[in-house]
Design a protein around this ligand. Structure first.
Ligand code: UVW
Length: 323
């Protein structure tokens, strides 16, 4: 944060748009509450060809450039604990019939791949989503962890806005921003509408940029991802449009530092902490976007089942789109 940057509550205001209490005092699902059975059926209506797309990036790639990560996070460390070499000596399990098998362990940041953020993942002024005390995060996430999101699962109408294509680029540039008006303009150009209770997917081309650039030093130099930029109007747009889930192909779903105020990740606070908008980050959207562009259909059934990590701050996920 630059020295001149205001505190989060100064930027967002004491009367910041809020959904606290909207779904009760004990709510831990936020805008996923919008996704009831009728929304599942609405999503199913957007299946036309039966094509499927998996949206997780590969996890644990060993070839360059490895996996994209938020700075200060590390990629998954996967390690074999049992393989054929285990039977070269003594000590490996002996099964009647002689079966051998492989096992491995993994040490990983739960936000180290395509993932769902828990609603309690970020906070300011000592309060999480729905007003839960920030001390409930100490040691484990007791409130608004990823578990309720995982228990519910995410199914509904997805709509893809291809901001990179709309701007005639392979990927947006570092620090490049857009807002709700740009989303609406891109939707109009694509011939699709962003509807209430939609799962909103936004492609910037940033994941592909990571792989194509193949140069982590340059990628992280003056690190500032492209993305949505804060304004009160944008936050109100998300609230009024009742967006159920925000999915992007960037590491953090918004421009890293707000260009006007210098504040880092204000939309995490304005949307996730205050409105309960559920975030999915680092999604692979290029193949889906190519298919949508080819036949001009930008809406589909979106499904996602993040892992049921008890007290987790997030969980890896491989969303599946059916169109
Ligand atoms: C941070 O909030 C720092 O990271 P992310 O939301 O990308 O997991």
């Amino acid at each position: 944060m630059s020295e001149a940057a205001p505190e989060m509550h100064e930027l967002l205001g004491d009367d910041a748009p809020s959904n606290w209490g909207k779904w009760g005092r004990d709510d831990e699902l936020g805008t996923l509450n919008y996704l009831d059975a009728s929304e599942v059926l609405r999503g199913v209506q957007h299946i036309k060809s039966g094509e499927t797309f998996t949206l997780q990036i590969q996890m644990g790639r060993t070839e360059s450039p490895g996996d994209p990560l938020w700075p200060a996070r590390e990629g998954i460390q996967r390690q074999n604990v049992l393989d054929e070499s285990s039977w070269d000596g003594d000590g490996a399990p002996a099964f009647p019939g002689g079966l051998h098998y492989a096992d491995d362990t993994a040490l990983m940041f739960l936000q180290g791949s395509t993932q769902y953020d828990a609603l309690g993942h970020v906070w300011y002024d000592g309060k999480l989503w729905n007003g839960y005390d920030a001390r409930t995060t100490v040691g484990k996430m007791e409130k608004a962890s990823v578990l309720p999101i995982a228990e519910k699962g995410v199914v509904g109408r997805g709509v893809l806005i291809d901001m990179a294509r709309h701007r005639g680029k392979d990927s947006l540039d570092k620090k490049e921003t857009f807002d709700h008006n740009d989303l609406e303009a891109a939707a109009l150009a694509q011939g699709v509408t962003i509807e209430p209770h939609d799962i909103l997917l936004i492609r910037t081309g940033w994941m592909n940029y990571w792989y194509e650039l193949n140069n982590p030093k340059e990628f992280y130099d003056e690190f500032c991802e492209p993305g949505l930029t804060y304004s009160r109007e944008l936050v109100e747009w998300f609230q009024n449009r009742e967006i159920a889930n925000l999915v992007t192909d960037t590491i953090a779903n918004e421009v890293t530092n707000d260009p006007e105020s210098g504040v880092a990740l204000p939309l995490h606070c304005a949307l996730m902490r205050n409105l309960g908008v559920v975030f999915t980050e680092m999604a692979w959207l290029d193949d889906l976007a190519d298919a949508c562009s080819a036949d001009g259909r930008w809406s589909f059934l979106y499904t996602a089942a993040p892992l049921k990590v008890v007290n987790g701050t997030g969980a890896p996920v491989n969303p599946i789109v059916i169109r």
